[in-house]
Unconditional design. Structure first.
Ligand code: HEC
Ligand code: HEC
Length: 505
């Protein structure tokens, strides 16, 4: 009886299992595979904090990431929109692998596998790392935390917008280039993932191009500068076409970001060029927008690693590259104490001083007003709403009326000088504005140890045309920071001694 039942039911049982397997098991298995393939969210991580700073993720790949192989292919697909060969021609820095070959991605870019595709985007280092050469025929040294003096941000943005609008931005041109470079795409990538990614990226970049239209209407910033807060207005969907024209053309020099702890303790300094924010953490999160992150996609854990590192990161000393005349520097020290220390700190390491981290009104400092005017009260109010509902909502942004007295650590690497990078060298800054260079070239990484600044009278470097900054253009004014208390009335010998002392910062 039992046996009979067994034989009678077992085909049903078997069928049930087969059906179950077909209906649930296989889709479930495929689902798991797809989930694994498309559900991952895994950045490439680095154990060393310095490597993390150069190549680690801040989360920008989520929304803005370029599929890795598209990023690799574009300079070859659209070479006509680049000033030279590859991203290097935009002033991005490439390091070498241990075997001497060039790394696949430049400093300042990170990689993350997200939704089934490796994606690339920029991080903090794209604007806060650069190179120095002691002579044109010497190898460059990569310096972390210095302003990205060679990186042309506007040319970088323009490249992608132009390339995405080009008929060649299609799978017919991009996929063969990926193959030529050795990109081993599997079947799913080749026939589904990459064609869809190309179409999506084209739409996204073109949609963004509409919002960034104002960028194309601005005068070129040249390497080492960005219009910080007009870019932020785009994020808030400000009606760019209707803003006061005097808010535009407000290029800001990339700053250095060493020794943040001393800018926070014992007293929080008012920083950013116009001193619009007093907290290091808010400046960092605000900066993270520059790396494509938004409130839901920001990778706070990984930004924390960068924050922790820049707290105590230090600039390399001038003396590691060139010699300093210490007895001459000793003559400059008392001049610095007498004229500069109250505003800029006791030295390049000791930032104590009565007015350090405070704002000098524009009427007194007299430097170009565009950057100050570009940061409006309305923008400050909007920034306060940005992270509304998050515990790290911005509460410290404020509209100011001048520029901040900042510490001068690593000063030699911060050329060209002033918030708009309008004065090529320290020696020039000590002249009254009428005697400062009216036009000079930006973007060279060869250093001039006498004037203390990058070489600025050569039209080319590394076979590349450099950018001519014309101080007569709006936003580029080189006036201000002049008069007795700013050292411009010292004798030539005193100025030489003071510059020698500033080499020790
Ligand atoms: C697109 C280029 C860009 C990127 C990317 C960028 N920054 Fe900056 N950063 C700037 C500019 C420009 C300023 C100066 C802003 C101003 O006042 O106009 C600045 C200012 C700062 C300051 C304040 C410096 C001071 O002394 O006033 C800090 C700190 C900073 N950035 C950290 C970061 C961190 C951390 C990241 C990554 C999360 C980052 N930045 C990403 C361009 C950038
Ligand atoms: C009353 C305060 C004050 C005094 C005194 C002063 N400075 Fe400044 N300094 C400033 C301010 C404010 C800025 C920012 C101006 C700007 O960028 O528009 C500045 C900017 C600078 C910069 C540019 C920094 C950079 O990263 O580009 C240098 C260099 C500098 N000062 C050196 C000096 C020296 C040297 C002296 C003394 C001879 C001096 N300053 C005296 C307030 C002062």
């Amino acid at each position: 009886m039992n046996d009979d039942l067994q034989t009678a039911t077992s085909p049903w049982k078997r069928r049930f299992f087969v059906l179950f397997f077909l209906a649930v098991g296989i889709p479930g298995f495929i689902g798991l595979l797809l989930a694994k393939r498309f559900g991952e969210d895994v950045p490439v991580d680095y154990a060393s904090p310095a490597e993390h700073f150069k190549y680690g993720s801040t989360g920008g790949e989520h929304e803005m990431g370029f599929p890795y192989w598209i990023w690799r292919a574009l300079p070859e697909v659209c070479p006509q929109y680049l000033p030279g060969k590859g991203y290097r021609s935009l002033g991005m820095v490439y390091e070498k692998n241990p075997d001497g070959s060039e790394r696949d991605l430049p400093v300042g870019t990170s990689k993350r596998r997200y939704q089934g595709i490796d994606r690339v985007f920029v991080n903090c280092a794209v604007c806060h790392v650069s190179t120095v050469r002691t002579a044109a025929d010497r190898e460059p040294t990569v310096v972390l935390g210095m302003p990205a003096a060679t990186f042309d941000m506007k040319a970088f943005e323009t490249f992608f917008f132009r390339c995405a609008a080009d008929p060649k931005f299609s799978k017919e041109y991009i996929l063969p280039e990926i193959e030529r470079q050795g990109g081993e795409l599997d079947l799913l990538d080749r026939y589904l993932v990459y064609p869809v990614a190309i179409a999506i990226m084209r739409d996204r970049v073109l949609a963004l191009a509409g919002r960034f239209d104002w960028v194309f209407k601005q005068r070129d910033w040249g390497p080492g500068r960005v219009d910080t807060f007009n870019s932020a207005k785009v994020i808030f969907n400000f009606p760019m076409a209707h803003l006061d024209p005097r808010e535009f053309d407000a290029p800001a020099d990339f700053p250095s970001i060493w020794r943040q702890r001393q800018r926070k303790e014992p007293k929080e300094m008012q920083l950013h060029w116009d001193g619009n924010n007093t907290t290091v953490e808010e400046r960092n999160k605000s900066a993270a927008f520059g790396t494509g992150t938004t409130p839901p996609t920001i990778d706070l854990g990984r930004i924390k690693r960068v924050e922790a590192w820049i707290m105590d990161a230090e600039p390399p000393p001038f003396s590691q590259f060139f010699s300093v005349d210490l007895s001459l520097a000793a003559k400059g020290a008392p001049l610095y104490q007498a004229y500069c220390a109250a505003c800029h700190g006791a030295s390049g390491r000791d930032f104590t001083g009565e007015h350090v981290g405070q704002v000098v009104p524009l009427t007194k400092i007299g430097t170009d007003r565009r950057r100050l005017d570009s940061y409006t009260y309305t923008l400050a109010v909007n920034q306060a709403t940005l992270y509304a509902g998050y515990p790290w909502r911005f509460t410290h942004f404020q509209k100011t009326h001048g520029y901040a007295n900042m510490p001068l650590d690593g000063l030699w690497l911060r050329a060209p000088y002033l918030h708009n990078g309008s004065v090529p060298s320290l020696r020039d800054l000590l002249e009254p504005a009428a005697k400062r260079p009216k036009a000079f070239y930006r973007g060279n990484d060869v250093y001039d140890p006498v004037k203390v600044g990058f070489v600025s009278d050569k039209a080319q470097a590394n076979g590349k045309k450099l950018f001519l900054l014309d101080t007569a253009q709006p936003g580029n004014g080189n006036g201000g920071h002049e008069g007795k208390s700013y050292g411009t009335e010292l004798t030539p010998a005193e100025k030489t001694a003071l510059v020698e002392y500033l080499k020790t910062f």
